[in-house]
Design a binder for this molecule. Structure first.
Ligand code: ZN
Length: 317
């Protein structure tokens, strides 16, 4: 994998992968919690213990008992937490980042530029659907998105125009990812979601409402226009909930800020972002069409991308 990040920390890479993975789970109709929220998933160790004891009492093998006990403990754990971990449940794979061949630069615009390798190791029991989904996540990040470097969960939040996090995925071996497919994974996601009994917050990143334009770049001023800001960054529109959502809010007095919902990469030549529903997708498409030239690449949505994947074009979707 080649990459360009401001810092290369395994936790940041995993955090960013998780952010995309969650969105894709939601885009495929499933629930994925917000791991930073108080309501994030927890492994139910009490349910685990009870189930384990019951099966041993029924003279079943320890192996079988722990299989059922795990299912009980994980019942309310979303697909993303199952792979990436949550309270009481460890992440089920690890990565090693090495072979840096690039250069690190210091300062606010500093970062890493060059190649590096990520090796994936299964710790235990990563299902075929999870492997498939992880693979698709990396493909999507490469083809349509970017890795966040500075925050652990999001692509860069408030420094529009700064390039980083664009990756090139180079799989040495991808056979591990081919034992499942879209439909099977979707069923797996739906079953977990039903058992979970929870639903997504409408403000969370759902890949279905993702959009990307390849070969384009929005400078700060065009971006400000879309956000309803003047060239100094002051709000020029009246109260507008959608624009507020797009702009995100900067962290202030103890509150955590939410990130901007449009990201532009000069060197990588793509602009992408997300909204919350079909209606907003139409609004953003109209706004973008007026800000970019006519002969531009079409706006591709997450829904389109998922459709392409479902139709079986796994390689270079
Ligand atoms: Zn979760």
């Amino acid at each position: 994998m080649e990459g360009k990040c401001t810092t290369i920390k395994e936790t940041a890479i995993i955090g960013s992968m998780r952010w995309w993975y969650e969105a894709i789970v939601r885009g495929m109709g499933g629930y994925a919690c917000d791991p930073t929220s108080e309501k994030s998933c927890q492994f139910d160790s009490k349910a685990y213990d009870e189930e384990y004891k019951q099966h041993l009492k029924a003279n079943e093998s320890k192996e079988l008992a722990s299989k059922y006990a795990l299912e009980a403990g994980l019942k309310k754990v979303c697909p993303a937490c199952r792979l990436f971990g949550c309270t009481g449940w460890k992440r089920r794979f690890k990565i090693l980042v090495n072979n840096f061949e690039g250069t690190f630069t210091q300062g606010i615009n500093g970062g890493y530029s060059g190649n590096f390798e990520i090796e994936f190791y299964e710790i235990f029991n990563v299902s075929d659907s999870e492997k498939w989904l992880l693979y698709q996540t990396l493909q999507i990040i490469e083809n349509y998105g970017a890795f966040g470097g500075k925050t652990t969960r999001k692509p860069q939040n408030n420094q529009v125009g700064k390039d980083y996090g664009l990756i090139k995925v180079n799989f040495v071996n991808a056979d591990w990812a081919r034992k499942s497919d879209y439909n099977e994974t979707q069923k797996w996601i739906e079953t977990i979601t039903e058992n979970c009994g929870k639903s997504n917050n409408k403000n969370w990143f759902n890949f279905r409402y993702y959009w990307v334009i390849k070969g384009e770049y929005l400078d700060r001023l065009k971006m400000n226009e879309i956000f309803g800001l003047d060239n100094k960054g002051n709000v020029v529109t009246g109260e507008d909930e959608f624009l507020e959502f797009l702009r995100g809010n900067r962290a202030s007095s103890g509150k955590t800020g939410s990130s901007k919902k449009i990201f532009s990469f000069k060197s990588g030549n793509k602009v992408f972002g997300y909204v919350r529903n079909e209606q907003e997708l139409d609004i953003i498409k109209r706004k973008l069409q007026t800000k970019i030239k006519q002969d531009t690449s079409p706006i591709i949505t997450g829904k389109d991308i998922l459709q392409i994947i479902q139709n079986g074009r796994d390689e270079n979707v």
